[in-house]
Design a protein around this ligand. Structure first.
Ligand SMILES: [Zn+2]
Length: 582
């Protein structure tokens, strides 16, 4: 595996990889951008081609191409390896002596099952005719690897057995189930989870198949099987080691780049809606599971774009059901719009009739609060009843907007609509209580080990960055040992060791910062002198603060000896400080 990593690193540069996700600006020898991992207005995310690394000074995230892809794509190391290997044109070689990793086997099993279903689909004329009737073209079927699980109890089971997989692996991926009713049957009975179903593979963000959604076919089957239990129209893979539906967005692997390119994402409900929207040219479409959105799914969207268009078949009831998803998304800083579809039609039906209708529905999507107000009006409610509905449904969402400017826009609109003064609406808003997770928060995570309130700590960061940077250079304009000696003079050798140990953990980030500030500087000596002067000054100020405190304490207990001692100390420090200021 390590040789694969080296090969990939040799072929891909950090600025190319990061640059394919973010807009990079040149900043000296480095590049800078707005950080994709926290909200910010001024760029503090730096990419260093010479070090093949990146670092954000706002949220302290940093690393190489692998950690970057892991974080931005929301994949594990193997997922990032797959994405980057493909990009670099490097084949992933397994050099584990004990064979591939356990979950690598499970991914292989899912890939083979997908092929098995695809082959079965090719031989099944009625299913192909059905898909054509739904408007799904052959190339789209291939692109989404749609398949068919043939009728019968152990078709996939037997196929996988023939491919060398063991029963336990089939159970772990949820593809095979152990029978519950075994009365009168000797031994245990196992059978395929998906039988006589059109199979839609579900991929993780690296494009590996982790589960399936299976639609019953033919549709009449559920009625025929009256002897057995009710047959569900859709069956999905269960929660497994590979498949966690709350952390997955269907179609995300195919949509993520387009989401970033167009700077918006379209969220639909069903697999067929998703597939048809891609076919209609909107490859930035994703699907959740039902109308709910988990915080993890919202994070996935937010990495690619801050603009989300939801396209469900919305009536008032539908809006209520998705209110939590909307407020969660809004709370995470997403702008949520809603696309209006003809009543009772889902996106797949609209697209099949005329893809243009779908495109214009997306184009004419409205801010979700405007949409909600329109939906209330469409119910024909007036007067007090309308006011009550607005209070229940609209005000909580306006309050959750967080930004006063945006709130004011909708308060004005409601005031006009309801014929109520704006003051009254503002006071209703003020009295509302919100669920904590719906409030907009933009605070980046902070790293306590590095972030300190004292100015001297910030100066020490710079000085240690300089030292680490100089130590890493083959040719140095300044000897780092000079800096170390001067530092020991100011803060003492013991403090020097302690401060160095704290900062060695963040060496990469500090070096990058130093490189950014000092590389190619013609006044390096002057700048170093200034840094040490500032440090000395801050150090004196801190000493003075401590001495003053000790002085007060001595005064309080009436200890004359101590009082004299600290008074002298304070005077000495003040004198030194005054000399500095001249
Ligand atoms: Zn950041």
């Amino acid at each position: 595996m390590s040789s694969t990593v080296e090969q990939i690193k040799a072929r891909l540069s950090i600025d190319d990889v990061v640059g394919s996700y973010l807009k990079l600006e040149k900043a000296g020898l480095n590049f800078r951008a707005r950080c994709p991992f926290h909200n910010e207005k001024t760029p503090s995310f730096f990419v260093s081609p010479s070090r093949q690394s990146y670092h954000c000074f706002g949220c302290n995230k940093g690393g190489d191409i692998f950690t970057f892809v892991q974080d931005i794509e929301g994949v594990d190391f193997l997922g990032a390896l797959k994405i980057l290997a493909e990009r670099a044109g490097v084949e992933i070689v397994n050099d584990h002596r004990d064979g591939p990793r356990p979950n690598e086997r499970l991914f292989q099993l899912m890939a083979l099952a997908t092929k098995f279903y695809q082959e079965a689909l090719g031989k099944n004329q009625p299913v192909l005719a059905y898909l054509a009737d739904r408007g799904i073209k052959t190339e789209t079927q291939k692109h989404f690897q749609i398949g068919f699980a043939p009728d019968g109890w152990r078709q996939l089971h037997d196929f996988l057995l023939g491919q060398g997989f063991i029963l336990n692996e089939m159970l772990e991926t949820g593809m095979v189930i152990k029978a519950e009713r075994t009365t009168g049957v000797r031994g245990e009975v196992y059978y395929d989870r998906f039988r006589s179903r059109i199979m839609f593979p579900l991929s993780d963000s690296a494009g590996r198949i982790v589960g399936f959604s299976g639609r019953i076919f033919p549709a009449g089957r559920s009625a025929e099987a009256s002897a057995g239990p009710e047959v569900a129209k859709y069956v999905n893979s269960p929660q497994t080691f590979l498949f966690d539906k709350s952390r997955l967005l269907f179609g995300y692997d195919k949509a993520k780049v387009e989401m970033r390119r167009h700077d918006f994402a379209i969220l639909v409900e069903g697999q067929v809606d998703l597939i048809m929207s891609h076919q209609a040219g909107l490859a930035n479409t994703i699907a959740g599971s039902g109308t709910a959105l988990s915080p993890e799914q919202i994070t996935l969207i937010g990495r690619m774009t801050k603009n989300l268009i939801m396209a469900y078949d919305y009536d008032l009831a539908g809006l209520k059901a998705s209110r939590r998803a909307i407020t969660l998304a809004q709370g995470a800083g997403l702008n949520v719009k809603i696309a209006k579809l003809p009543a009772g039609q889902d996106p797949a039906e609209v697209i099949k009739k005329d893809p243009q209708d779908w495109l214009s529905a997306i184009k004419n999507s409205k801010h979700h609060i405007d949409f909600l107000i329109d939906a209330l009006l469409a119910e024909g409610k007036t007067g007090l009843e309308l006011s009550r509905l607005v209070n229940e449904n609209v005000l909580p969402i306006i309050k959750a907007l967080g930004k006063k400017m945006e709130q004011a826009h909708f308060v004005a609109k409601l005031s006009q609509l309801l014929g109520i003064g704006e003051e009254a609406i503002w006071s209703d808003l003020a009295n509302l209580r919100l669920e904590p997770d719906s409030i907009v928060t933009n605070r980046p995570p902070t790293d306590q080990t590095l972030v300190s309130d004292t100015r001297s700590s910030a100066i020490l960061n710079k000085i240690f960055g300089l030292i680490f940077w100089l130590e890493s250079l083959p040719e140095r304009a300044v000897d780092p040992n000079q800096l170390i000696d001067r530092l020991k003079e100011i803060i003492g050798p013991d403090s020097y060791q302690a401060e160095r140990e704290v900062r060695i953990k963040k060496e990469g980030a500090l070096v990058m910062e130093a490189e950014f500030f000092f590389q190619g500087s013609e006044k390096l000596q002057t700048e170093i002198l200034e840094l040490f002067n500032n440090l000395h000054l801050e150090n004196l100020r801190e000493q003075l603060r401590e001495a003053m405190q000790a002085l007060k304490k001595a005064e309080a207990v009436g200890d004359q000896l101590e009082l004299d001692k600290w008074l002298k100390k304070c005077q000495a420090i003040t004198l030194e400080l005054n000399q500095y200021r001249k």
